[in-house]
Design a protein around this ligand. Structure first.
Ligand SMILES: [Zn+2]
Ligand SMILES: [Zn+2]
Length: 119
């Protein structure tokens, strides 16, 4: 394991108060990791699970819920790890509107909630 990699894991699992920017940064890393994995059978949820510990995942949901990007992303935003997610078809319908905000906050929060439903 390289030194940079160790540092990354330490920062992901740190309980020091992370910011919204930190959460987006960690997710970018997980997406990269997921893309490297793509030939193997691993889901994005598994990738999150093997990268971020439970307390940090719960913390990240709370941090993501503070994002103020737009009103649409406030709708059905999961604020807790045990929250029920809306069904996918309904979510897709809402996403088809024009001029949509590209902020990934709600998407990331939903993936985090899925990591808890998975266990
Ligand atoms: Zn938004
Ligand atoms: Zn947002």
């Amino acid at each position: 394991m390289t030194k940079a990699r160790k540092t990354l894991i330490r920062s992901e699992n740190s309980l020091k108060q992370a910011t919204l920017k930190d959460v987006f940064y960690v997710f970018e890393k997980i997406i990269n990791k997921y893309n490297e994995h793509s030939t193997k059978n691993i889901s994005f949820v598994d990738c999150i699970l093997e990268t971020i510990n439970k307390n940090t995942r719960e913390n990240y949901i709370k941090i993501l819920s503070t994002c103020n990007c737009c009103e649409r992303h406030r709708i059905n935003f999961p604020k807790q790890s045990n929250e029920k997610l809306p069904n996918i078809n309904m979510a897709n319908k809402i996403n088809n509107s024009k001029n949509i905000c590209r902020c990934p906050c709600r998407n990331y929060a939903r993936f985090l909630v899925r990591t808890f439903n998975n266990q």
